[in-house]
Design a protein around this ligand. Sequence first.
Ligand code: HXC
Length: 260
Amino acid sequence: MPYETITTQTDGAVTTITLNRPQALNALSSVVLDELIEAFAAYQNDDSQLCAILTGSGDKAFAAGADIKEMSEKEAADFYLQDFFAKWTSHIVEAVRKPWIAAVNGFALGGGCELAMMADFIIASDRAKFGQPEIKLGVAPGMGGSQRLTRAVGKAKAMEMCLTGRMMDAEEAERSGLVARVVPHDTLMDEARTTAATIAGMPPMAAMVNKEMVNAAYETFLGQGVIHERRLFQILTASEDKAEGMKAFIEKRDGQWKGR
Ligand code: HXC
C-alpha cells in the first residue's frame, strides 16, 4: 500500500523500510510513526519475510529526531494524555519479534538515535552521527534513549552526550559498542542487505529465539537470564528445524527450513 512518509520494498525474504522525508531530515512525525507501525506489522505478519532493514532516504540523515515543529504545538497534557512515544515500545520494540537491522546513513539524533537503538543491531555508514541533543530544546530523551544509550555505551559517554548534546561519529560509536559495524557510506545498503539475507537464510524460529534471548539480557539479572536462555534452548530442540539442521550438517548439505 502507498505510504506518505516512508517507502517499503521486498527483495526475496528481506523487507526494506525507508524513512522518506528527506526535506525534514526524516524527522519522526506522528504520521511517520503510524506508517512505521503499519509497515512493521506487515513485515511481522508476512511469513515470507524473514529480516527487515530500516534506513533513511537522502544522503544526510537516518532521522534527525522527533518532529520538533509538531512537538512545539503540543502541551504537556497532550503528551501525557496521548501517552506520547508509548506506541514505539508496544508496536515496534515488542510487537516485532522477527529480526530487523537499522542501517544508519547519516544523522541519528534524538528520536532518530532512539529508533536506531530499538533495532536488533545497527550497521552504520562512516558518515553516521549519533546524539541525544534534546537538552538543547529544554527536554530530554523520551523514546528510551537515556536507558538504551547507557546500556550500549556505559554511563560516562551516555551522560556526557545527554548533558552536552555532543554527537558521536561512526568510528566512536563502533568503538563504544553502539553499532555492530561501520562500513563505507556508499556500500551501506549492500552490506545491510547481505547481512539481512544471511539472517533470512537462518532457521526462522531459531532467529526469533536468538533475538529473544539476547534481548532478555537487557531485562533480567544474569542468573534469571541464563535460566530463560536454557528454557528457550530446550524448546527449540523440539523444532523440526533443529532435526533438519543437525541432519543437514551430518549429511554435509544446506538445511531446508520449515520455520517451526
Ligand atoms: C523537524 C527538522 C528536524 C526535526 C531537521 N529538521 N531536524 N524538522 N524536526 N527534528 C528540518 C529543518 O527544520 C530544516 O527544514 C531541514 O530539516 C534541514 O535541516 P537544517 O537544520 O537546515 O540542516 P543542517 O543545517 O544541515 O543541520 C542538520 C542538523 C539540524 C544538525 C541535524 O537539523 C538539527 O540539529 N536538527 C535537530 C536535531 C534534534 O534536536 N533532534 C532531537 C529532536 S527531539 P527547513 O524547512 O527549515 O528547511 C527528539 C525527542 C524528544 O527527538 C523527546 C522528548 C519530548
